[in-house]
Design a protein around this ligand. Structure first.
Ligand code: 5AD
Ligand code: SF4
Length: 435
């Protein structure tokens, strides 16, 4: 979401004559786009500010600003505590960002003023470098109020962008040769543009250019409809990959988290999706050590992981966020227990990912080549539509943006290795190679 927002900020500033500098040392203005979702995201920003201090000391004219959720959450407090910060602008205040920069240039402190919580930046075409994959933010905010989560406070109420403005953006990306578009929202399943739901949006997005893969994130289990599953199944270029945060395997914990589903309902969705979309892969988010979590609750989380066999997971240690309901509960799981449980969750996921990937050996996968492998020019790296990284030999003039099919010959928990590579179309149809 912050990547997408940064592109909106860049677009706004570019239209007002700003350009992007190559290094922080050369810049007149340095903006850090910040995340508040977990404490360690905020700690990283404090670290970054420490690094920028040297630049500010060398050149006190440099304007340093914080934008994004941390700016929204802390506002004046940040300016008071960190003398080096000249600018604090929240996620709904970017249209006027240059005014605040000007104020900072004049020696004042630029603090954003929120005009509305209905901003969608619909009319702003984000500034993007040429490339293969683009993010498109399709909605902003969240109404779910999970008790651990600060997002509804920093990003406000849920509102959706106009469907046509999104498909127009995809058309432009198609003309520029992009091959993958990820539709973003905190809870994309509650997308609503005057009665047009997220399945309608996905179908419309997929139709724009059938050689572009469409991805989306994040789905909330409460709102994931059958219609959405059928839409994924019916459109070959909508990726067979669903990020479906479970957070915990315990109904008691889920209730305290205000997640508004039970594990039974969650597992029903997984089973249904696997029937409707053969080969669909799942990833999830899991929190270890939510207040009052017992060993029994933790065991239930491990059990759900074993039952679903996720392809991947983002796993976190609970950290209280000011202003949320959970922050008013006692953070009573000892740090050592949180760490131990998190490590058990990570180890289990590692084992499951490894096993799931072993099962793919001998089969064929279609991948979109993203470039040379990080380790060697002799190999190319790409992704399956189920979001798995595949490494293949760099031969036959294959290039970034090509779809190829390959046979999987080896796998680790994080990577597949392929051979017998053939140039294909997105749907796997072979393309005769000349030369
Ligand atoms: N502590 C730990 N993890 C959190 N997340 C959100 N808030 C917290 C918190 N206070 C995790 C959830 C969410 C993901 C984006 O971040 O798992 O799905
Ligand atoms: Fe936060 Fe819950 Fe909304 Fe996700 S659905 S952004 S976890 S409140």
């Amino acid at each position: 979401m912050n990547f997408a927002d940064t592109e909106v900020i860049l677009s706004i500033l570019k239209s007002q004559g700003y350009s992007i500098s190559n290094t922080p040392e050369e810049a007149n203005v340095i903006l850090l786009n910040t995340c508040s979702v977990r404490d360690n995201a905020e700690q990283r920003i404090h670290g970054r500010l420490g690094n920028l201090k040297k630049i500010k000391e060398k050149n006190p004219e440099t304007v340093i600003g914080l934008v994004g959720c941390m700016a929204e959450r802390l506002r004046e407090e940040l300016i008071e505590q960190k003398k080096m910060i000249d600018l604090v602008v929240g996620p709904d205040e970017y249209r006027r960002i240059s005014e605040y920069i000007d104020k900072a240039f004049d020696g004042g402190k630029g603090i954003g003023v929120r005009l509305s919580r209905t901003e969608t930046y619909d009319d702003i075409i984000p500034y993007r470098e040429d490339g293969l994959a683009a993010w498109i933010s399709v909605m902003r905010g969240c109404d779910k109020f999970c008790t651990f989560c600060v997002v509804p406070f920093t990003r406000g109420r849920e509102r959706s962008r106009n469907l046509e403005s999104i498909t127009t953006e995809i058309k432009q990306l198609s003309k520029r040769g992009f091959k993958e578009v990820s539709l973003l929202g905190q809870n994309v399943n509650s997308y609503d543009d005057n009665g047009r739901d997220f399945a309608d949006l996905l179908a419309a997005a997929a139709k724009v250019d059938r050689t572009i893969r469409i991805r989306f994130t994040t789905s909330h289990p409460q709102d994931l409809s059958d219609k959405l599953l059928y839409t994924i199944a019916e459109n070959q270029n909508i990726c067979n990959y669903i990020h479906l945060p479970v957070q915990s395997g315990s109904n008691r914990a889920l209730e305290l988290m205000n997640r508004s589903y039970t594990i039974e309902h969650y597992l029903d969705i997984i089973d249904k999706a696997r029937k409707i979309i053969p080969g669909v892969s799942f990833s999830t988010d899991i929190i270890a050590g939510f207040p009052t979590e017992t060993d029994e609750d933790h065991k239930m989380t491990l059990e759900v992981m074993m039952r679903v066999r996720y392809d991947g997971a983002y796993m976190f240690k609970y950290s209280p966020r000011d202003g949320t309901k959970a922050a008013k509960m006692k953070d009573d799981v000892p740090e050592q227990t949180k760490i131990k449980r998190l490590n058990e969750i990570i180890d289990l996921q590692q084992k499951i990912s490894f096993e799931v990937n072993q099962e793919l050996i001998g089969g064929e996968e279609i991948i979109l080549i993203e470039g040379t492998s990080r380790k060697s020019d002799e190999f190319l790296a790409g992704k399956t539509d189920t979001n798995k990284v595949v490494i293949i030999p760099n031969k036959n003039g294959l290039k970034r943006g090509d779809y190829v099919s390959c046979k999987i010959i080896r796998a680790t928990s994080a990577t597949l290795f392929g051979d017998e590579v053939k140039l294909v179309e997105l749907n796997g149809k072979e393309i005769a190679q000349t030369a």
